[in-house]
Design a binder for this molecule. Structure first.
Ligand SMILES: [Cu+2]
Length: 795
């Protein structure tokens, strides 16, 4: 009987410290026991018995014409709930959400869905519709517990007297006490999880050059058109009306009540994009429930393609026209959506329905700043690839293109190819398209030899060369623990907490058979990559801090807990003097506001204890630099130390990058398209609890709803700034008060668990490194770090 995380945490403090210690890899079974899960023991799931599913191409409905006379492919896709054999045959099926073609007479009903394919610069229109209803058109409640205390879609809030939508805000729970759903009897004095119809908002992750009407803005969600939507419920987020009107003006289509209409211009360099949900405060749950898929932007011209340096002619990549698939064989290009999931014995997915699954909290909002259901991170204990647990792939001794997507909520991955004999693996692309230079994972200078770290939301385009690999069965492993931490030299996997050896340490099995004839594809070392034009020099700089608010439980002896994760605005130039940090929340008026055509350096500073994958919508960016930092929140001294070389996957263009603790990443982007978009952390739990802010390109548009705070109240000034805040939102206010106080709380073992396990170790290392690497750090750097030195730790 595995010990649950909850069980572990009800043990003594010494037991909890053992847990944090075990995560460094001394006791694999103990590590497995720390991963929260459902009632199905992940170790009992048979591995490598299910064939890898490769999603087919999505059938388009028709071709339309844009206002400019350009052909545009049209799709109508419905988000539905269905059962899928995620676990091996013989186990119960798993209820999941997926999107399904509404016009294909024989559609694929699967998640990941069929893949949308398009050449670069050819636009695509998709009418997305929320069909999360049963056969009688009654709404389906969420399969997971919806925390009502976050700043979230909140369709229960009826419009105010002036008819203004009151959705998309953090409700007040003053005078109420949280009660779990199964014990909830009365709205009198108590509150519980939301169980109404599910809001969704569909985002094409990585799409650039698009209008905000097409981006799946978190506040433009839709409910299903169910027959039993309770009276007074809003059908849409605050922004839906405005953005739908723009979509209608752009496409000529009326947007149905349960729909979002997007027109994707596909301006990207060719790459793999990811369709997933983005509804406010629900993204972690809606992505966990399943609807997901690939969207491939393909080369349209020769300059999009690599050349074969031996011939000077266009290279042949696996799976392209010159390299067709034989009947009965797997395609030579394999997209891999890798996700961690936990299951119950009845086949349902498990996701925590209580903060108690994460740590020892039992005093919740409004009595504390801690949400009752939200957890700061989630790690599943089983690995799912393209909708199947631990599949296998029948391959040949030849070259393949692997397009790996880390589609986990919080889990970092490090793909490990070292168990495949005589394999060669080259990284040729990332989320921003082909790299300027191919990187050999087995180069002797690669500190993560044979491995590829990949943060949530990132993609890796790899050439897997099995030409010399003898026939056999080999495990594609994962060497990253739940979350990555900086080693002494940056991203060193062998210094990280380890995954469980036989569960999360495995991704899939590669079954290699003999070659069938010759391989027409170009060896990766001969690829000469297309040039990437330089971005212009930056016109301005925006500075953002990644941070987490910790709070002490009122109970005696219980250490701090993560209350909120957030992005802050850094005012001032740290190279010239002390800075001021202004905490920002989703409800704040837009403060990141480039002009149309402006090139901006976005400097992202991470002084929290965990790395955050930072994702910018609408643009792809160039990572200009990474540097070690230290921050003293008493003096405001923000020291920028030694710069670090970019990882190969950080070269070229990016739209999601892992920013490590004690590090600043300088991201340069040109903002060419007006509208309102978001920047956020791609740990989905963080994104859902304030680690996301809107940015607007160009001036505010007529009819755009603005921010909640601006709309509701303009009576309060704080910090001497021109900001306005809504004091009726008590939680925002209490979080803000906390953010304005220096954090002086003790951090012990359970806090390490709360911050992601292994945090004790990470914090310790970071302090060492910041000291070592930061010659300009103030002498008080140690005390000035936002978290105090570890107390009572056995490290
Ligand atoms: Cu984060």
């Amino acid at each position: 009987m595995p010990i649950t995380r909850r069980g572990m945490l009800s043990m003594s403090a010494a037991g909890v410290l053992t847990l944090a210690y075990a995560r460094v890899g001394r006791a694999p079974e103990a590590v497995a026991a720390t991963i929260p899960g459902g009632t199905l023991d992940a170790r009992s799931i048979q591995q490598f018995v299910t064939r890898l599913v490769v999603p087919p191409v999505m059938a388009r409905n028709r071709v339309e014409t844009t206002a400019e006379g350009q052909p545009v492919d049209f799709y109508e896709l419905h988000i539905r709930q269905f059962n899928q054999q995620m676990l091996p045959a013989g186990n119960p099926k798993t209820p999941v959400w997926g999107y399904v073609s509404a016009t294909d007479p024989n559609p694929l009903v699967h998640t990941p869905a069929a893949t949308i394919e398009t050449p670069r610069d050819r636009p695509v229109r998709v009418l997305w519709r929320n069909k999360l209803v049963d056969e009688k058109r009654r709404y389906l409640p969420h399969m997971f517990a919806v925390d009502p205390t976050l700043h979230w879609a909140n369709p229960e809030q009826p419009p105010d007297a002036a008819g203004r939508p009151m959705t998309d805000r953090m409700p007040s729970f003053a005078g109420q006490r949280y009660v779990p759903r199964d014990r909830y009897t009365s709205a009198e004095g108590t509150y519980t999880a939301y169980t109404g119809p599910v809001p969704i908002s569909v985002h094409l992750h990585g799409a650039m050059g698009l209008g905000d009407e097409s981006d799946g803005y978190p506040e433009s969600w839709v409910l299903p058109d169910a027959s039993d939507i309770p009276d007074g419920y809003a059908r849409h987020g605050r922004w839906w009306q405005h953005l739908s009107a723009k979509a209608t003006a752009l496409t000529g289509h009326t947007v149905p009540i349960d729909g979002q209409l997007a027109q994707y211009p596909n301006k990207n360099r060719p790459t793999a994009l990811w369709i997933h949900d983005h509804a406010l405060g629900l993204t972690r749950l809606n992505v966990m429930a399943g609807y997901t898929g690939f969207y491939m932007i393909r080369p349209a011209k020769d300059s999009d393609q690599p050349l074969d340096s031996a011939t000077g002619r266009p290279a042949v990549l696996p799976g392209t026209g010159a390299d067709p698939t034989r009947a009965g064989e797997l395609p030579h290009e394999l997209p891999l959506a890798i996700q961690d999931r936990s299951f119950n014995q009845d086949g349902t997915l498990f996701y925590p329905d209580s903060r108690r699954h994460f740590d020892a909290s039992d005093t919740f909002l409004p009595a504390s700043g801690i949400a009752p259901i939200w957890v700061p991170e989630f790690w599943g204990n089983a690995i799912v690839v393209n909708g199947r647990t631990w599949p296998y792939a029948d391959l040949r001794a030849r070259r393949y293109r692997l397009i790996a997507l880390n589609a986990c909520n919080s889990r970092s991955l490090s793909l490990d190819f070292r168990k495949v004999p005589r394999v060669q693996v080259h990284l040729i692309g990332n989320d921003g398209g082909l790299l300027p230079q191919v990187a050999d994972l087995f180069a002797s200078k690669n500190p993560n030899w044979g491995q590829l770290p990949l943060g949530p939301g990132e993609r890796a385009d790899l050439i897997l060369d099995l030409t010399d690999t003898p026939p056999g069965r080999y495990v594609l492993g994962n060497t990253a623990g739940e979350i990555l931490f900086p080693g002494t030299e940056g991203w060193l996997i062998d210094q990280q907490p380890k995954p469980h050896e036989t569960t999360t340490g495995r991704v899939m099995e590669l079954r290699v058979g003999p070659a069938l004839g010759s391989d027409p594809t170009t060896p990766a070392r001969r690829l000469r990559m297309p040039a990437i034009p330089d971005l212009p020099a930056a016109d301005s700089t925006v500075r953002i801090a990644l941070d987490m608010t910790h709070q002490r439980e009122p109970a005696e002896g219980v250490p701090t807990q993560v209350s909120t994760t957030y992005l802050s605005q850094i005012v001032g130039d740290p190279r010239k003097g002390p800075v001021k940090v202004v905490p920002k929340m989703w409800s704040d008026p837009v403060w990141f506001n480039p002009q149309v055509g402006e090139t901006v350096d976005v400097e992202v500073y991470n002084w929290s204890v965990v790395p955050h994958p930072v994702h910018l919508h609408e643009v792809s960016y160039q990572v200009v630099s990474r540097s070690a930092i230290s921050y003293d929140d008493e003096t405001g001294d923000l020291a920028i130390g030694q710069s670090r070389p970019l990882e190969p996957i950080q070269t070229g263009r990016k739209e999601t990058i892992m920013v490590f603790p004690g590090e600043m990443a300088q991201l340069r982007a040109t903002f060419n398209h007006p509208g309102q978009f978001v920047i956020h952390c791609h740990l989905l739990e963080h994104e859902d609890n304030e680690m996301m802010v809107p940015f607007r390109v160009g001036p505010a548009e007529d009819g755009a709803p603005g921010s909640v705070a601006h709309e509701v109240s303009d009576m309060t000034m704080m910090d001497g700034t021109e900001q306005v805040y809504d004091l009726t939102i008590d939680r925002a206010d209490s979080v803000r008060q906390m953010m304005n106080q220096p954090i002086t709380l003790a951090i012990g073992g359970a806090a390490a668990a709360a911050a992601g396990g292994g945090a004790v170790l990470a914090r310790h290392r970071r302090q060492q490194r910041v000291q070592k690497d930061t010659p300009t750090a103030p002498s008080s750097a140690q005390e000035g770090l936002r978290e105090p030195p570890v107390q009572g730790s056995n490290r």
